[in-house]
Every structure is written in structure tokens, then in C-alpha cells.
Design a protein around this ligand. Structure first.
Ligand SMILES: Nc1ncnc2c1ncn2[C@@H]1O[C@H](COP(=O)(O)OP(=O)(O)OP(=O)(O)O)[C@@H](O)[C@H]1O
Ligand SMILES: Nc1ncnc2c1ncn2[C@@H]1O[C@H](COP(=O)(O)OP(=O)(O)OP(=O)(O)O)[C@@H](O)[C@H]1O
Ligand SMILES: [Mg+2]
Ligand SMILES: [Mg+2]
Lengths: 160, 165, 160, 165
């Protein structure tokens, strides 16, 4: 068990470093065991350093930096152990346009072999959909769903 | 393996039977504030065995049953069906498609079914054991919870590594 | 002291009902004392009912409904006891386009006698500015501010 | 009365002196993630007397002093000046403009000044007493804190009414 934990930790850390560098160009990050001698009980600390900044306490990161760092960590875990599907509910609400584009590009890179269900209000995120589901609620307080398949091939052809 | 469809009936604001058929790739869910988007992700957490009402934003588990609206009466049962495509045989079961069903009655009783056969929560959790879709899975991020991963204590974060193990 | 608390409670509740009805057309809301016989220690409960819905526990409200209800309550407190200025840091991040417009219209209605400093990533909110401040950070990790006065009169003339 | 200007020097990411001159009406602050927008609202909370490092997203109060970056050394003092226009005489002081200054040194010492005259925190709080800008004011809503008003317990919400009284 000890070895398995350490092995997985190394792998997640490796992926976290790669993905963080993608989402924060010029930045670097890593995972640190708070008590490396005790693999059964040790905690995991996150060190994140966006470009140009000193290594700071996580609490001083901005709202958007925190969301994007958390996403990098999650994607590292997903890459280490893939799941059948992922549901992300407005995870990109705090991101500015540039970081939103980086997040979308990363999700897009996984599209061929991963299933994402993404809830959003952001127009740019909607544009990445293969299928778009609209949820509505009439004055009767009951939810309904309406789906619309987006022909990505045609969407891509007309927008290029 | 992927999520093939999800059907809600009497679950939270979905008084009438609503079905989402899903494909691999990216499905985006949109709609006005309060229309029911997060209720869909709550439905997935619930059918996979979620036991905490608070994780589903309620105070008691009965809060998942449609409680009525200005025009509709409350109903007595909430039901969610989740269908996984199992052509790759990743789930340890003979079927190429697996339906997991959960029902909840006003009297607090809960039922689980796998492919229409009554079963126990333990069997559902056993079936999903190797997929990463078990309890406290990080593959479903509820609204507002993205920052919790960083705000939690280092001992809590080790669960992330254990989940990936 | 008891009377002052009760008097203020009535006033805030009155404003809350008005403002909630503005932000949630067709909805209603009110404040409730959890222990009316004990004005020195009683708590304050919030009951909010968007259009078409039953009165529900606050915890079941959606992300956007919660933000908008909280804003209605804050504005009710502000109306009861005005402050020299208000700072709102990305308070409208969870709102959809319709609710964002209602929020902006409400802030706009206070513009003549209130000072707001609003931090945002939303384009529509930026358009309500009298003065726009841009904050930037170069690769050296140091923040700088740049201001730009927007001639609202001209902005209004050209956009109508 | 309104906020006329705010000057930061050595406060969080504002290593160099930065001044915002403000007008009545709506001022909108924009910029990329991590550029320093919320640090400005932290600066206002701090100069008005905030005593909790956690409310300013730090672990210790020294976290408000510029800690250095890739290109710059850390500095030894953080300073914020807040200027209020007092033409309407709402502040109980003879001046038509009131400057409140707070300084913090690496050794933990904190200084307060009103119109360049050294004073104590108590005097700043006394001066602001009737404006609603005191401790735990709800006129400044930090990022991510809007939902706390509804998520707090009913006893905590009574503070909102007391603030308005
Ligand atoms: N048991 C129930 N019966 C009836 N309605 C319910 C029940 N539980 C929740 N609701 C309703 O569902 C609505 C919330 O839906 P949900 O949180 O899914 O909205 P959303 O689409 O995610 O909105 P947002 O964009 O603001 O996040 C609430 O208005 C609530 O009244
Ligand atoms: N004492 C300090 N010294 C140097 N830099 C600091 C200090 N405290 C905070 N920072 C930096 O300030 C940045 C955060 O700034 P802030 O929270 O204001 O960003 P923001 O503009 O609000 O971004 P967002 O749009 O993501 O909310 C962090 O990246 C952090 O490194
Ligand atoms: Mg939601
Ligand atoms: Mg911010």
C-alpha cells in the first residue's frame, strides 16, 4: 500500500507539473508531501508559482489563479486514473478571457477519448460543445430539457 | 465506457420524466439561473449512491423529491436512471449496457436497481469500484466546489492521490 | 435598544421585499425573526420565493438565485443606512444574462447619489462605468494601475 | 462624503506607489487574473482597520507587505492612504478632506495616521463610527463572499440589521 501511494503521488505530481505549465505559461508548480517518512498518513501540499511571481502561500493566490490551479490538479488526477465521464459545473466562472481560452483548449485536447458534461454561462465554453442541452423552467416551476446536436464538422467549416 | 443516458423523474425540479441522451465528447448544459442545471449533476451524484443530503444542497434526503411548485403538487417518489455503455467490458457484468436506478419515497425508503433487478447500495458501489465513480469522487465537481481542493487541509488532499491509486 | 433593532428590522425587511421584487420579477421574499419575543438575541431568517416556485429552503436555491437574493438583502441594508462608498468584487459572477441586466439596472438607478467601486470580468458591467481602471501585472510580478475616464454622456449619445 | 483617492505603496503586489483617484458614480476595475484587483479592495479593508490576516487572505499580517517577485526584492513596509471627501461635514472633524493612513513594518509594528498626524486604531474607528465603515462592514464585499450572507446562521445575520441601525 505504501509503495502504491508513493508511486501514484509521483505520477500525479508529474502530470500536475506538465498541465500547470500548459495552463500557466511560464509558471511552475509541484506537489509536496508534508511528511514523506510516513506515506500512510502524510498530507499533500500544493506549491504554485505563476510567471513572474515568488512562490507564495496558496491563500494569497487570486480567485482565478486558484480555480485554474485546482483544475490543473484535477486534470492531473484524471490523467493518472481516467474515469468514464466528468461533470464540471461552472468551474470556469472566475477565469478571465485568456485563462478561459487555455482551459477550453485543454478540454478540447481530451475530447477524442474523454466524456465531459460541462455546465456553463460562458459563451466561449458553449462553442466547444458536440451536443448542447438547454434546460428551462416555465412559470410552473418545473424543469424541462431540450437538446440540440451541433454538427462540429460544419461548425468548424463555417467558422474558419 | 461512457455515460449513455440519464433519466430524471420527480427528482428535485424535474417533476416530469426528462431524459438526456449523451455521447462521448463534450456535452454542454446551458440555461437561466434556477432552471435546473445543477440539479442534473446532483442527480448523477445521487444515483451513484451519495448518502449526504448536504452534498445535494438539502437538509434531509427527502429534499430530492419534487416538493411542488406554484402550479404542481408535490410527488411521492424521486427516480433517476443512469445508463453506462459497457461495450469495452470495463464493468464486471455481462451486459453491454448497464442501467443503475435509484428511487426514494416520501417515507424515507430508498431502492437501488441494476438493470431493473433490485439490489443494495453495496452492490452498486461494488460494481463501480474500479471506475473511480465511487463515494466522494472528484470526477463530478459541483457548483462552487472547485476551490475546495486547494482550501482543504493537506491531510484531506491525500484522498485525491488515494482515489487515483 | 430593543425598539431600535425592531424598527430597523422592519425597515430593512420592507426594502428587501421591494428590491427582491425588482430583481426577481414575479417573485416575493421577506425577512423573519426566528425568536420575535427576544429582540436582543433573535436570529434573522430569509424567505425567498422566485416566480413559480414554492417557498423552499435557502440551501436549495441555485447559485445565481443565491447571489441575487444576497444582493437584494445587501442593497436593502444599504438603502436603510447609506454608506459613503461600496466595493463589490465580482459579486455578479454567477448571474445569467437576464439577471446580470437586472443587477446592472439596479446599480445604475443608484448612480446619482452613491459611489460604487465594482471589480468584474463581465463586459456588460464594464459598460456601466463612469471611470474605468485597468490593473495590470507585467512579467516582473508588480501591479500597476491605469485609468480611463469614460465620457458617459458621449457614450450614451453614440449608443442610443 | 465619498472616496476621493486611494494610494498603495508596498501593499501586496503593489510594490511601487500606485494611486487611484475616484469620483462619485460607478468606477469599474478590470484586469487579468492575478493582476491585483482584489488586492485593492483588501487595501481598503486594511486601512480602515481590519485586524484579521485571514480576512485579507494571508496567514500573518506581514503577508500584506510586498514579498518580492521574480524581478524585485521584498520591501520592508506597506502603506495605504485613503482620502475621503468631507465637504458635507459628515465626519466629525474640521477638514473638508480627511486622509487615513496605515503603515505596517516587517517587525509587525503598525501605525495609523489621520491627516498625517499619528493616532491610534481606536481614533480611526471612532472617526468612522457613524459612517457604517467600521469593522465587518458589509459595504465591502470581497471576492467569493457574496453567498456567505445567506449561508451564515440566523444569529449571525442579525449583525446586518444591527449595522443598519
Ligand atoms: N425538491 C425540489 N422540488 C422542487 N424544486 C426544487 C427541489 N429542489 C430544488 N428545486 C429547485 O431547483 C432550483 C435550483 O436549480 P439548480 O440549482 O439546478 O439551478 P441552476 O440551473 O444550476 O442555476 P444557476 O445557473 O443559478 O446555477 C431552485 O430554484 C429550487 O427551487
Ligand atoms: N505580499 C505580497 N507580495 C507580492 N505579491 C503578492 C502579495 N500578496 C499577494 N500577492 C500577489 O497578488 C496576486 C493576487 O492578486 P489579486 O487577488 O488582487 O488578483 P485579481 O486581480 O483579483 O485576480 P482575479 O481576477 O483572479 O480575482 C497573487 O498572484 C499574489 O501572488
Ligand atoms: Mg447551478
Ligand atoms: Mg480577484
Amino acid at each position: 500500500v505504501r509503495d502504491r501511494f508513493l508511486e501514484t503521488f509521483e505520477l500525479v505530481d508529474h502530470h500536475f507539473q506538465d498541465i500547470f505549465a500548459l495552463l500557466f505559461p511560464g509558471g511552475q508548480a509541484s506537489l509536496i508531501l508534508t511528511d514523506p517518512d510516513e506515506p500512510e498518513t502524510t498530507g499533500v501540499e500544493v506549491a504554485a508559482q505563476p510567471r513572474g511571481k515568488r512562490l507564495q502561500k496558496m491563500s494569497l493566490l487570486s480567485g482565478g489563479e486558484k480555480s485554474l490551479t485546482a483544475l490543473a490538479l484535477l486534470f492531473a488526477v484524471y490523467r493518472t486514473r481516467p474515469c468514464p465521464f466528468y461533470i464540471l459545473d461552472e468551474v470556469e466562472a472566475a477565469l478571465d478571457d485568456t485563462n478561459l481560452r487555455r482551459f477550453i483548449t485543454f478540454v478540447d485536447s481530451l475530447r477524442a477519448h474523454t466524456q465531459f458534461i460541462v455546465v456553463t454561462h460562458q459563451r466561449r465554453t458553449m462553442e466547444t460543445a458536440d451536443v448542447l442541452y438547454g434546460v428551462s423552467m416555465q412559470a410552473d416551476g418545473v424543469s424541462k430539457v431540450v437538446s440540440q446536436k451541433i454538427e462540429r464538422a460544419t461548425a468548424e467549416a463555417t467558422s474558419s | 465506457m461512457y455515460l449513455k443516458s440519464l433519466t430524471l423523474k420527480g427528482f428535485k425540479s424535474f417533476a416530469d420524466r426528462s431524459r438526456l441522451s449523451l455521447e462521448p465528447g463534450v456535452t454542454v448544459v446551458v440555461g437561466p439561473n434556477g432552471s435546473g442545471k445543477s440539479n442534473i449533476s446532483d442527480a448523477v451524484l445521487w444515483v451513484l449512491g451519495e448518502q449526504s443530503a448536504k452534498a445535494l444542497r438539502g437538509n434531509a434526503m427527502e429534499d430530492v423529491i419534487f416538493a411542488g411548485s406554484s402550479a404542481r403538487q408535490a410527488v411521492g417518489v424521486a427516480e433517476v436512471d443512469l445508463v453506462l455503455d459497457n461495450h469495452d467490458g470495463q464493468l464486471p457484468i455481462e451486459f453491454s449496457e448497464v442501467t443503475i436506478t435509484r428511487r426514494m419515497f416520501r417515507n424515507g425508503e430508498s431502492e437501488y436497481l441494476i438493470n431493473q433487478t433490485p439490489t443494495r447500495l453495496m452492490d452498486v458501489q461494488e460494481l463501480l469500484h474500479d471506475t473511480g465513480l465511487g463515494r466522494d469522487t472528484h470526477s463530478i465537481i459541483s457548483q462552487g466546489r472547485i476551490d475546495e481542493i486547494l482550501n482543504s487541509r493537506p491531510e484531506e488532499r491525500r484522498a485525491l492521490i488515494e482515489e487515483a491509486a
